[in-house]
Write a protein that binds this ligand. Structure first.
Ligand code: ADE
Length: 230
């Protein structure tokens, strides 16, 4: 999968795309990330990318010329173009799974008051919001969308199971994940001196019982913390 990102702040992406799963996704060849500085297509010597809004009002608007050039240069037959904006549809787990199936994504991180509407009409396939709050730009939202979808690109998650029985997955009826434990079996709280034990069922090695316990736990925590998911 190829992912192009159009941004005014390319450095935003160096850290996150160079770590952990996203770095592995790139190194393995599963995902080809390309970060583009919009100023590359800016107007004139000063590489202008914004202008004052017609009709007046506060703030600046991203001009159409650089964006039309960017989309024309990056286009491909299998592309899907996403604009990150608080006015978009709320991004959810099914969107991450759906987007992971595309061959080529182009993400536009917006800034200022937004983009000239002619860009939206001509070059955007989908608008996404990561939640009902306004950030300074679309860079973090773009990274969040990329992070969530990259996990679903085949070959990116090492253990294929870890993507199946996770929070929001079908295997857990769209609920929250069950609690996890690791060694030691008995841990002494240094402050209270109490012994904190791993639930017995997890130590039995009895897979059916463990599965049953996990589903029950998932149901319980979902009901308490996210009744809206039930
Ligand atoms: N840009 C600014 N705020 C945003 C949000 N909540 N979602 C997507 N893009 C944004």
């Amino acid at each position: 999968m190829k992912i192009d990102i159009i941004t005014l702040f390319p450095k935003y992406f160096t850290g996150p795309l160079g770590q952990s799963m996203m770095r592995k996704a790139a190194e393995s060849g599963a995902v080809d990330f390309n970060v583009h500085d919009l100023r590359k297509w800016g107007i004139g010597k000063r590489r202008t990318v914004d202008g004052i809004p017609y009709g007046g009002g506060a703030g600046m608007v991203m001009r159409p010329e650089p964006l039309f050039k960017a989309f024309t240069e990056l286009q491909s037959p299998g592309m899907h173009r996403i604009y990150l904006t608080p006015q978009g549809k709320r991004f959810e787990q099914p969107d991450a799974e759906r987007l992971a199936k595309h061959k080529h994504l182009i993400l536009l991180a917006g800034h200022y008051e937004g983009i000239d509407n002619r860009v939206r009409e001509r070059h955007i396939d989908e608008e996404l919001s990561i939640g009902d709050y306004v950030l300074t730009g679309g860079e973090l939202p773009a990274l969040m969308v990329i992070d969530a979808l990259v996990r679903h690109v085949p070959g990116v998650l090492g253990d294929e199971r870890s993507g199946k029985e996770e929070t929001f997955s079908e295997a857990l009826n769209g609920g929250l994940e069950y609690p996890h434990y690791t060694r030691p079996e008995i841990f002494k709280d240094p402050q209270t001196k109490r012994e904190l034990k791993v639930p017995d069922v997890l130590l039995t090695g009895h897979h059916a019982d463990i599965e049953k316990w996990r589903k029950e736990q998932s149901g319980k925590v979902t009901k308490i913390r996210r009744p809206d998911l039930g």
